[in-house]
Design a protein around this ligand. Structure first.
Ligand code: AMP
Length: 452
């Protein structure tokens, strides 16, 4: 299978060649011809499968084959993402794959000055990549017109629902023209996703690429049992003895991310924390320093790390296990990508035993344990309840155990049919005043500019 055989425009094939891709990934081979035919798609795929190109390439082609009259560009394609990091990455891909085509794209997300976004929208853009909250701010301010959207893409739909965006998504759907092509991607699948898919997609083609919930085969997992107070010391020990470089370390809270980064730096191991309280320029800087090797360790909360595409990341450390078992799969999916082996280390204290059990249930296997000399857990220490603090996006964690939804197993395909519980049951979707959606007064010059 070659990119040429997918029927892509020469301009897109050129961009793909320049990027160095030789063959389409599984999701690309399946999704590109389907999208070009004009069908809606429900894609079961996580970051790392090449899903961004799978929807971006045919989207650009479809936009190109139905050009607009001269004049101010209407917003013709809307991509919704759960986080600003993912929005930035997707928009970067759009620019890269579309570099030989005449489209303008932009990101819209909160936590940055709104004015550059307004100016860019006024000038006219074809493609908007947005997080839901700030997009709705623009709708309220009448600074964006969504009435001419032809393509809607919902990326990481499961995470959007986890973050409580369902009400915002429904509001946005109501603003779009009825006749449009819809694409929805999700790494996991449950009743809520199915309900949303049914209301959003029109006779979708389901495309499901493995592996997902079982974790990628290229990741070597290891669990180190340790007392809660000794985790930091153990992390420093491992960073030194294993000579960890380019390790992404996950914590449950922003506060812990800061503490861990500080302790690592004090121990002479360069580290930075990345989470929702950091300004956007700081987050971008931390990510860039991490990618270029200026810092060895990036300590992140789930929200900040979601969707980060760090190619060939060798190590992921779960300093604290996530409340939601599927998040463990997402976290460890940062490594073992693009055919490169990686390892996933989890530091687990007695308080987290039930979380580990949930994770093993979702992964359908037990993870090997190894006690490190000098860090064996003290058997007299009793389990304590985990602190349920506010999540970094300002919303409470929704569950302590795994999601109610069934993970997609191998060969199990998402469909848009079935019996559904009432929408949003038990959920209070945030107004878009939460976390990432309000301007903070900080500026983020240039990011709001269209890329032509
Ligand atoms: P994504 O799942 O869209 O986040 O993509 C994951 C990574 O795979 C990104 O670094 C892409 O640049 C890369 N990628 C996407 N498609 C291909 C391909 N056909 N061949 C090689 N790498 C690819």
């Amino acid at each position: 299978m070659s990119f040429e055989s997918l029927g892509l425009l020469p301009e897109l094939l050129r961009a793909v060649r320049e990027k160095g891709y030789e063959t389409p990934t599984s999701i690309q081979a399946q999704a590109i011809p389907t999208i070009l035919q004009g069908r809606d798609v429900l894609g079961g795929a996580q970051t790392g499968t090449g899903k961004t190109a799978a929807f971006t390439l045919p989207l650009l082609q479809k936009l190109f084959s139905a050009p607009q009259a001269p004049g101010k560009k209407p917003v013709r394609a809307l991509v919704l993402t759960p986080t600003r990091e993912l929005a930035l990455q997707v928009e970067e891909s759009i620019r890269m794959y579309g570099k030989h085509l005449p489209f303008a794209s932009m990101t819209i997300f909160g936590g940055v000055n709104v004015n550059p976004q307004i100016r860019t929208l006024k000038a006219g853009v074809d493609i908007v990549v947005a997080t839901p909250g700030r997009l709705l701010d623009h709708v309220e301010q009448r600074t964006i017109d969504l009435s001419r959207v032809e393509f809607l893409i919902l990326d990481e739909a499961d995470r959007m629902l986890d973050m409580g965006f369902i009400r915002d998504i429904r509001k946005i759907l109501a603003l779009l023209p009825k006749k449009r092509q819809n694409l929805m991607f999700s790494a996991t699948y449950n009743d809520e996703i199915r309900t949303l898919a049914e209301s959003m997609l029109n006779d979708p083609v389901s495309i499901d690429v493995a592996p997902r919930n079982s974790g990628t085969q290229l990741v070597t997992h290891i669990v180190h049992p340790v007392d809660r107070e000794k985790k930091t010391a153990l992390l420093i020990h491992l960073a030194k003895t294993l000579n960890l470089r380019q390790a992404l370390v996950f914590t449950r809270t922003k506060h812990m991310a800061n503490n861990v980064a500080e302790a690592l730096n004090e121990a002479g191991i360069t580290a930075m924390a990345i989470h929702g309280n950091k300004s956007q320029p700081k987050r971008v800087q931390a990510l860039s320093d991490f990618k270029t090797g200026r810092i060895r360790i990036l300590v992140a909360t789930d929200i900040a790390a979601r969707g980060l595409d760090i190619v060939d990341l060798p190590h992921v450390v779960n300093f604290e296990l996530p409340y939601v078992a599927e998040d463990f799969v997402h976290r460890t999916g940062r490594t073992g990508r693009n055919g490169v082996e990686g390892d996933a280390i989890a530091l687990v204290c007695i308080d987290e035993d039930h979380l580990l059990r949930d994770i093993e249930k979702v992964m359908k296997r037990s993870l090997p344990r190894e006690t490190i000399a000098g860090f064996a857990p003290n058997p007299s220490i009793r389990a304590e309840p985990l602190m349920k603090t506010r999540r970094s996006d300002g919303h409470r964690p929704q569950r302590q155990t795994s999601r109610s939804g069934q993970p997609l197993g191998q060969g199990q395909r998402p469909t848009a049919s079935g019996n559904h519980p009432p929408m949003g049951s038990g959920r209070t979707g945030p107004s878009h005043s939460g976390g990432s959606s309000r301007p903070t007064g900080s500026t983020f010059g240039g990011r709001g500019q269209p890329r032509r």
